[in-house]
Design a binder for this molecule. Structure first.
Ligand code: GLP
Length: 264
């Protein structure tokens, strides 16, 4: 597992956006051979989306031949609701770039048959040949997408009940009223993410420090589902200094030393 540590949110956002853009450009996607990108919501990726949009505006990257799959979506909230992940993606990313509408895939939390919706999502991913690069965030309890503590590390896309912790963490987006936060969501599984050729996890801020410690310095554990990344052939954690506060000095120094020459 590669750990890239930079000073702050802005620098990890820039690094990640440039890394993703380079991957897409090197792949040189075409309509027949598109690049498949997995994407998250949350505050962690907003800076990365901003930088990718800036690069698009500067003519440095195009998303015309990119197909995206989002990680998750709440159940039973309108796509037009400002806290729906459909709304979020459009607001921060899709409305600013040249991605064709038909290339965007987001789970439908209002589908009449939610299990079928999840099965079909997995099928769709398979049909396009799998995900080249999955970008993700991390919950303070170490979850990826909505794979809450205790989720099987082999899990696939499914309906998931949110933990009290996640509901409280997300209440800030729902007028600070935890009763307004949806109690269930559709989410790709840990296995779905781990099937990607490459996975990048963004970790920013002191409130993620415990999770980062568990995921980097302790073992693979279904109570901290991002720790599955330790088993991935190409997993990268991109974190800022604040997020490293609970790591040992030795761990931080080791990974900083390795990255000195930087990149690719
Ligand atoms: C939610 C999302 C996750 C995200 C997490 C952290 O639980 N389902 O995909 O990683 O929030 O969000 P933030 O980046 O805002 O801390």
């Amino acid at each position: 597992m590669r750990i890239v540590i930079h000073e702050n949110y802005l620098s990890i956002s820039k690094w990640t956006a440039h890394y993703i853009a380079k991957k897409i450009n090197d792949f040189a996607p075409t309509k027949e051979n598109p690049f498949i990108l997995g994407l998250p919501t949350g505050s962690s990726p907003i800076g990365t989306y901003d930088e990718l949009v800036a690069m698009y505006n500067a003519g440095e990257i195009s998303f015309k031949n990119v197909i995206t799959f989002n990680m998750d979506e709440y159940v039973n909230i309108a796509e037009t609701h400002p806290e729906s992940y459909h709304y979020f993606m459009n607001k921060y990313f899709f409305s600013h770039i040249d991605i064709p509408k038909e290339n965007i895939n987001i789970l439908d939390g209002n589908a009449s048959d939610l299990d079928k919706e999840c099965e079909e999502y997995e099928e769709k991913i398979k049909k396009v040949g799998g995900i080249n690069l999955f970008l993700g965030g991390i919950g303070p309890d170490g979850h990826i997408a909505f794979n809450e503590p205790g989720s099987s590390l082999n899990s696939r896309t499914r309906v998931k009940t949110l933990t009290h912790d996640t509901i409280l963490a997300n209440a800030r987006f729902f007028d600070n009223d935890h009763k307004k936060v949806p109690k269930t969501a559709l989410t790709v599984g840990v296995g779905t993410v781990m099937d990607a050729d490459e996975v990048i996890i963004l970790v920013s801020g002191y409130n993620k420090a415990t999770a980062l410690k568990k995921v980097v310095e302790e073992g693979v554990n279904h109570m901290w589902t991002v720790s599955a990344l330790q088993m991935h052939k190409k997993g990268i954690i991109v974190c800022d200094d604040e997020a490293t506060m609970d790591l040992t000095v030795g761990t931080v120094k080791y990974f900083k030393d390795i990255e000195k020459g930087d990149i690719e």
